[in-house]
Design a protein around this ligand. Structure first.
Ligand SMILES: Cc1cc2nc3c(=O)[nH]c(=O)nc-3n(C[C@H](O)[C@H](O)[C@H](O)COP(=O)(O)OP(=O)(O)OC[C@H]3O[C@@H](n4cnc5c(N)ncnc54)[C@H](O)[C@@H]3O)c2cc1C
Length: 450
């Protein structure tokens, strides 16, 4: 059979299992924030997630540092993201450097850099310790469950979105594949928070196809992190040689290939990175799992033999979700460029911030499909812009904005692209978020009309 062979699917009836004001598809950072924000604004919300847990890449992908949420000393992403940090701190599963230790300093670098809580965009050496949070994946799931549960979001796990229902140019619901068969969930407004733009693409919204490195993140246990850090700082020459070889074996990593987690003896490894793989191609995803595990086994054998502190290390787990950073990107009403992100361009309709950049509401709005918003890593941006503006906190900020925007649209009985953005900004600010309506001192202000 060639790839061009097809079969005809029989037409059939799909039961409607829910009707909600707002349907959010994807229970990752953006989707959780959208659902909670919508429910707290008084909407009935159904949140759909394909897997058995909430959190997306922040739990199933074991991406274990919340970063890109400060602009120097200013905390630029607040709202539901701050609440997530506080909730995880309360259960002892999140570590944040205290304010008094957030600066560039050799001793603080030694104390904090293996937590990954430094400003990796800074050119200052050592890079400043900053407001960032190292957390545990189960902590993210538990905090998400409590936020979603308390907000009375109707959560449906094990629900794999397969098709958008579109009538007269507007989305009216979605179809999910489940163990009980196909199910339809109808909504007055839908937020696509799948990360891969599954819903908007199915609904016919224009998009581009980006790609970036793919990573099989894993955790090692049995690590004596204190011994490893002593070796790093007290025998820098020997450390560098072993570290270089370890990185060669894993074949693609950032400078610090292992970072501490709140669990003693357990480190997370944001590697191996692999290129040339498409994050929505199941053959590529299958191959990523095999390639990744082979490289992890080779690395483990090497570090157990050579790296002080790792003598008794073992693999705790390889993340159940392959680390896909970028696939489809919305080609929306406004497309963020790399210059917008790196130039810290301020937009009058900014509704979310990342570290020092601003996201306009128009970048959450698809063209050609009504009643639909997007939030998260598939937002409307060029591939190069998205690479440096896709961290968990800004995705949560976009989600929070989308959830409140849906409420405003339904309250005012207007289309999502006709809401009063000033009211959205005011509401976000009133609930503790920073929509970016007040540009920071280092923002680039363009006076010209958008
Ligand atoms: C390896 C790696 C390292 C990273 N490092 C960092 C870091 O250190 N710090 C940081 O802040 N960010 C980091 N990022 C980026 C960050 O993890 C993501 O950009 C962020 O999680 C995106 O959030 P999201 O909600 O948009 O998407 P996702 O986290 O991808 O969540 C999407 C959710 O939708 C669900 N979903 C998808 N398709 C369907 C469907 N068809 N039906 C139902 N549900 C569906 C998924 O299961 C998932 O729960 C990293 C990313 C990767 C891959």
């Amino acid at each position: 059979m060639t790839n061009r062979d097809t079969i005809a699917e029989p037409a059939g009836q799909v039961p409607i299992v829910r009707r909600a004001d707002l349907v959010v598809v994807g229970g990752g950072p953006a989707g959780i924030a959208a659902a909670v924000a919508g429910a707290r604004s008084g909407l009935s919300v159904t949140l759909l997630e394909r897997y058995a847990y909430l959190g997306g890449l922040a739990s199933g992908g074991m991406v274990l540092v919340l970063d890109d949420m400060c602009n120097g000393p200013e905390i630029s992403v607040r709202g539901l993201c701050s609440e997530m940090v506080e909730r995880m701190e309360r259960i002892g599963l999140c570590v944040v450097p205290p304010e008094s230790e957030r600066r560039s300093d050799e001793a603080l670098w030694r104390k904090w850099s293996r937590w990954g809580v430094f400003d990796f965009h800074s050119h200052v050496k050592p890079q400043p310790i900053c407001y960032a949070a190292a957390f545990d994946p189960d902590g993210f799931k538990r905090a998400s469950n409590s936020m979603v549960g308390e907000a009375k979001v109707d959560l449906r796990l094990h629900s794999w979105f397969s098709r958008a229902i579109v009538e007269d140019g507007s989305i009216t619901g979605v179809v999910c594949e489940t163990k009980s068969g196909r199910q339809a969930i109808m909504g007055k407004i839908v937020v696509d928070a799948t990360g891969d733009l599954d819903v908007a693409a199915s609904a016919g919204a224009p998009f581009s196809h980006g790609s970036y490195i793919v990573t099989t993140v894993f955790r090692l246990g049995g690590v004596d992190a204190a011994a490893a850090e002593r070796f790093e700082y007290e025998e820098p020459g020997a450390f560098r040689a072993i570290d270089r070889e370890a990185k060669k074996i894993i074949g693609g990593s950032w400078d610090k290939w292992w970072l501490k987690t709140p669990l003693p003896g357990i480190v997370w490894c944001n590697c191996p990175h692999m290129t040339g793989l498409d994050g929505i191609d199941i053959e590529d995803l299958t191959s990523a799992d095999f390639q990744g595990r082979e490289r992890i086994a080779a690395l483990l054998a090497y570090v157990r033999e050579k790296l002080p502190g790792f003598e008794d290390a073992f693999v705790v787990d390889v993340a159940p979700q392959i680390g896909v950073r970028q696939t489809r990107l919305l080609d929306g009403v406004y497309v963020m460029t790399k210059d917008d992100v790196m130039g810290r361009r301020h937009f009058p309709d900014s509704v979310a911030r990342g570290r020092d950049y601003y996201t306009p509401y128009r970048a959450l709005l698809p063209r050609d499909v009504g009643r639909l918003l997007v939030a998260g890593r598939h937002y409307s941006a060029t591939p190069s812009a998205q690479r440096s503006s896709r961290e968990i906190p800004p995705c949560m900020a976009m989600g929070e904005a989308a959830g409140v925007a849906a409420a405003l649209a339904l309250e005012a009985q207007v289309a999502v692209d006709k809401i009063d953005v000033a009211r959205l900004q005011a509401r976000l600010r009133a609930q503790g978020a920073d929509p970016g309506d007040r540009p920071a001192a280092n923002a680039q202000i363009t006076i010209a009309a958008e």
